[in-house]
Design a protein. Sequence first.
Lengths: 200, 200, 200, 200
Amino acid sequence: MTVAEDWRTYHEQGLPRILNAALEAFAEHGYHGTTTRELAERSGLSVPGIYHHYRSKQDILVDLMMVVIDELIERSRLATSSAASDPRAQFDALVESLLRFHMSRQRGAMVSTSELRSLEPGNRERYVARRDEQQRMLDKIILAGVAAGEFDTPYPADASRAVASLCVGVASWYRPDGRLSVDVLLQRYLTIAEAIVGIR
Amino acid sequence: MTVAEDWRTYHEQGLPRILNAALEAFAEHGYHGTTTRELAERSGLSVPGIYHHYRSKQDILVDLMMVVIDELIERSRLATSSAASDPRAQFDALVESLLRFHMSRQRGAMVSTSELRSLEPGNRERYVARRDEQQRMLDKIILAGVAAGEFDTPYPADASRAVASLCVGVASWYRPDGRLSVDVLLQRYLTIAEAIVGIR
Amino acid sequence: MTVAEDWRTYHEQGLPRILNAALEAFAEHGYHGTTTRELAERSGLSVPGIYHHYRSKQDILVDLMMVVIDELIERSRLATSSAASDPRAQFDALVESLLRFHMSRQRGAMVSTSELRSLEPGNRERYVARRDEQQRMLDKIILAGVAAGEFDTPYPADASRAVASLCVGVASWYRPDGRLSVDVLLQRYLTIAEAIVGIR
Amino acid sequence: MTVAEDWRTYHEQGLPRILNAALEAFAEHGYHGTTTRELAERSGLSVPGIYHHYRSKQDILVDLMMVVIDELIERSRLATSSAASDPRAQFDALVESLLRFHMSRQRGAMVSTSELRSLEPGNRERYVARRDEQQRMLDKIILAGVAAGEFDTPYPADASRAVASLCVGVASWYRPDGRLSVDVLLQRYLTIAEAIVGIR
DNA sequence: CATGAATGAGCTTTCATTCAT
DNA sequence: CATGAATGAAAGCTCATTCAT
């Protein structure tokens, strides 16, 4: 899942039809509430057609969640590596990227969050490892900011998790057709996030 | 589900065993991922025993979600009616109540959020009406604060939804055994919430 | 599966309906050629009705084969314990019992023989242990006869397996409505069996 | 499938790879327990490759069983036509041939026996006709022996079937690496067969 | 012949639910 | 309320088979 140069730009995701069907269906009624027959219908295939590409329904969920988080990580890397190297610039870039992602890939993000429990043990471990990788990017930036005396929080780890939760939560209520423009929202949430890590 | 006088105090929920079983099971693998047999086992009843109390699995979910939101509304009312009448006091009391609820009734809150989609149409409407009732309490306070010139936000409705989302999101990551004490967390999130509605 | 006092007498087997359905169906088209739907229809139950009594199709096969071999072993014990103790009387009784069993319980015997390969590893081991138990009864008698100088064969183990095979093979061609009476057949095969172990 | 001059000599069967795959697979888990994918893998072909040679899985079974019984009949003819013409010599030659065949072509013989039920009606008739042809060779020799006063059995037809069954049964237990040499086994079973038809 | 994609029909199994006792 | 037996509907998945390339 390579991503366009500009980590700020989002196009239609262009997912393979089975993953797209899974994204829609899992978002609507969840993994356990979705039947393979529905995935077949939504993807324009027959049921065995699904099984030609995936060995099980579980594998489809795994693939979907991995595609989602891989894009998130990729964009996070692009955002931070194209920003200035001081902690605040790094922090702003990463948070902006997180927010944009959860506004643009809402369903993928929500499915990944809510269906973590539906992953079988081995798959869950692999996914959580990827998610932790993403979380550690934020952790490091905050620690660097604290070390540099630019951020001021007594609990950097908790602050990091709170900022992440804030961004993830956006996916659950943001509506692209709402009154708040993307830029205003970004500005507002960025301010909140900066407050959490003690940027004055 | 009447609640102790003090809306700040939470005891074990003392749910009837079937609802308690449903709370645990739905939180672990979701409504569709839970079988009636599991509900029977977890509640120490037989399967027909379950159906002696409820007409369907759906009815159990409805009852559970209603019990949860009724407690939330009850506590919200107690919080606001025991606070001073100025907008900021009202706002602080309601947000504190929301936060405490989502820290103490995590699983119930998460199940209610994630299984809204599993409610059948009629039930969904009834539940959403209750939830909107809760949301309107916050809306009104914010509008009053803006009218009184004490809050400063150009989009009170969006701010209200953002504050609510912030509080709801707490349920998904707060751990009672974490390092941040409840009071510190409350203080921190209250500050964020006040920032969102433009309390300087 | 206890058996009437007289090990020579066979009545209708009186199997539970599911096992009876399995006996008929497996004999006709084999384990893999039989569907659970067919078992349901033959037993007058619905498909889930089958699964109320058995956890899987495999479990039905296991139960059936165990019922069959347990009756064989039970009858073998009755036959030998009610015969005189000299090797020839023991041998004649056991062979007669084997022959009668394979004439009266043809389908059960054939299914057990041909579907051994359809048992999953653990089940196969358990079944083979029972079958070996039966084979050892014959082995011991032949070894005793040889030791007593009453039987004359240089390869008692092979002779034992040949006798057993002879008896088992009867199930695959004997027809109760054939012209040869049971007694004549018994007499003839007993003579052959005695020849194999070197009873002059 | 023409056979070497000497009907006593058996080499590796040299079956086409699909038939060889079918022989192995059907012997291991039966016709219904074998998938076309397994046949493809075992034969080193692709699945469509299989269908390039055969119109259906059923056709593979038919071909295999026909190849097996054709070799049996061919060898039976060679055996009898190269033996002396008196009934006993004819009988001995045919029985020896039957025994050798079931010792050397065990899996083919067992598959043919156990999968007769898996043949579709038309194919079953064709196969049974071939098998009856083989059985009639034995019937005729026994009748001739009785007519000539050299054999002594009141039920030549039953005796014939019993002899055939005896030989067929060998395939289900004979192991080439056993202690009994082929010649000893032949001698022993020939004696039994002669006893069945009343050769003193 | 291989590869890859595809499918109608059907498989084993499970589900929520019910009823008699 | 429990036990035990039962079921219509549907679940996830597999089968033999086909077609385009």
